[in-house]
Design a protein around this ligand. Structure first.
Ligand code: MTE
Ligand code: MO
Length: 531
């Protein structure tokens, strides 16, 4: 009968195997990290497997992950991968106690999975990308091969493990070998991390050295009355450090501005061209306030920001290449932007050339683009959700058709065309706040309908009539607009709802839709209790 004692003796017997397995996995990852650090950090096994998981994750799950973990979604993913790896490692280690070859072979198998993942990445630079996984797996398999049998022969306290004691290491011997492995692996890993950090040095230096030129067309001054002085309202300009970040990159690409190139080519491109950053910066630049929004933003959600961007007008570059918009007989109706990490985004050529301030941006709020936001160059097309327009770390623009090519998110069931929907958000009071009724409660927030502008915002308390909110001065049709409403609150629980009207006269729809395929719709409301 299994009693507590035999359970304990089983545990004691397998614990060294589990430890050997975990150490083997650690050794494998550390060795892989070292090779990746020497060769290409983006080819590290956790990064490439994470990339594959991100690319294969169904949109609904991805949506859930973004909703639940927000900008920590990638950290959660990597921790998840490591946790699964640890479980498998424990299993292989225990297997290795009795079958050292099988245990080691299992580790090699995982190396093969990592290698395959590395080679499948869109930014894979060739067979060398498999190296970190392969070297890591060999190191891990070796360490399991050496450690596991020794671990198995550790005499257990109960005496149950006595049979294989010939040539056994003492418990102290095993622990010493395990400790040495751990130290060696940790050193290799640390060195790998250090080398990885150095990879970005050139990029960091190139960013530090970049002096942004003055725009030849400065942004219109933001009217003083565009910024309301209401505590808790979203600031009109979003500081770079607070700007939301949405992308699939597990390692933020660190592109050296000195070697960066942008290639423009494809259907209907009479004069294909390649630009350096200096050539781009030597062009007349425009500076504009533009509000960028993510299609994954829920009603009332945080994935929206407004910045002052500096960049080269995209339409000029396209015209220089001989591109004509479809309305003028151009052959291509889709502009596919491709980034250094293989991401593809597709915008309508017509939108890029219809006179709006579509640009290849180099500056964000007075400084070079932060690495997180696309250094050295990203695309922006006012009025379109980020996933069809705002390519970060861009290196290629290919003119094609919507029929001929589906970019990354479209392959994953998001819409081909995605203009931003009219939305209003209540920033204050926060959901479930308890605002005092002593004074009037100020309800305030932002509303946006890029390209169309906001002409009216209305607030409704419970099922009461719609009341006009006070609007801040509109900056441009491409930026959000602040609004506020003085509410003579009476005690009790209340639902505050907001809706906006855009420059075409359309009232924001009440119909609630999910973010997929082309952006959430519906009215934002918050419930508050007035004591
Ligand atoms: N290379 C690359 N560019 C990208 C993405 C990406 O995953 N990779 N995500 C897009 C999406 S979905 C959005 S909403 C915006 C977000 O830009 P931000 O992170 O600077 O706010 O970038 C876009 N550009
Ligand atoms: Mo997005």
């Amino acid at each position: 009968m299994p009693d507590v004692n035999s359970f304990r003796s089983i545990l004691l017997r397998i614990a060294p195997g589990a430890l050997a397995g975990l150490l083997a996995a650690f050794t494998a990852l550390a060795a892989a990290e070292l090779v990746a650090g020497l060769a290409r950090p983006a080819a590290g096994p956790v990064t490439v497997v994470g990339g594959v998981v991100i690319d294969r994750t169904p949109a609904a799950v991805k949506d859930f992950a973004i909703r639940t973990f927000g900008e920590n979604d990638k950290a959660v993913l990597q921790l998840g991968i490591l946790a699964i790896l640890a479980l498998i490692a424990v299993g292989l280690g225990v297997l290795g106690l009795s079958h050292r070859r099988s245990g080691a072979a299992g580790v090699l198998l995982f190396g093969a999975v990592g290698a395959a993942a590395a080679l499948s990445r869109p930014d894979s630079t060739g067979i060398g990308d498999a190296l970190p996984s392969i070297v890591g797996a060999v190191a891990g398999a070796l360490s399991l091969y050496v450690l596991a049998p020794k671990a198995g022969r550790v005499p257990a306290r109960s005496g149950a493990g006595g049979q294989g004691d010939t040539g056994a290491w003492s418990r102290r011997g095993f622990l010493a070998a395990a400790g040495a492995t751990a130290v060696a692996a940790a050193s290799a890993g640390a060195l790998g991390r250090f080398l990885t950090g150095r990879h970005g040095r050139g990029a960091v230096v190139s960013r530090d050295n970049l002096v942004l030129p003055k725009p030849s067309s400065a942004a219109p001054a933001v009217p003083a009355c565009a910024r309301l002085k209401v505590p808790g309202i979203t600031s009109f300009t979003t500081p770079n450090r607070d700007f939301y970040r949405v992308d699939t990159a597990l390692i933020v690409p660190q592109v050296d501005a000195d070697t960066w190139r942008l290639r423009i080519h494809g259907k209907g491109v009479a004069r294909p061209r390649t630009y350096t950053l200096d050539q781009l910066l030597a062009r007349p630049l425009i500076e504009r306030d533009i509000t960028l929004t993510c299609v994954s933003n829920e009603v009332g959600g945080p994935y929206i920001g407004n910045a002052r961007w500096l960049g080269a007008p995209l339409a000029d570059l396209l015209r220089e290449a001989g591109v004509r918009p479809p309305s003028k007989g151009g052959a291509a109706d889709q502009l596919v932007a491709r980034s250094v990490d293989g991401m593809t985004l597709g915008a309508p050529v017509e939108d890029a050339m219809d006179g709006r301030d579509a640009m290849l941006a180099v500056g964000m709020n007075g400084e070079p683009l932060p690495f997180d936001h696309g250094f050295p160059v990203r695309m922006l097309v006012p009025g379109l959700y980020g996933y069809v327009s705002a390519c970060k770390w861009i290196e290629e623009i290919e003119l094609t058709t919507f029929d001929a090519y589906d970019p990354y998110w479209v392959k994953r069931k998001w819409a081909r065309r995605a203009p931003i929907k009219t939305q209003a958000r209540i920033d204050t009071p926060k959901p479930f706040a308890r605002p005092s009724a002593a004074d009037a409660v100020t309800v305030a927030g932002v509303a946006w309908a890029q390209r169309r502008g906001i002409t009216r915002v209305e607030v409704r308390i419970d099922d009461g009539p719609w009341q006009d909110a006070d609007l801040a001065t509109q900056n441009t049709v491409d930026t959000w607009r602040q609004w506020s409403y003085r509410w003579q609150a009476i005690p009790g629980g209340h639902t505050i709802t907001v809706r906006a009207t855009d420059g075409t006269g359309s009232v924001q729809t009440e119909e609630r839709t999910r973010t997929i395929p082309d952006g959430a719709s519906g009215w934002h409301s918050v419930f508050v209790t007035v004591p």
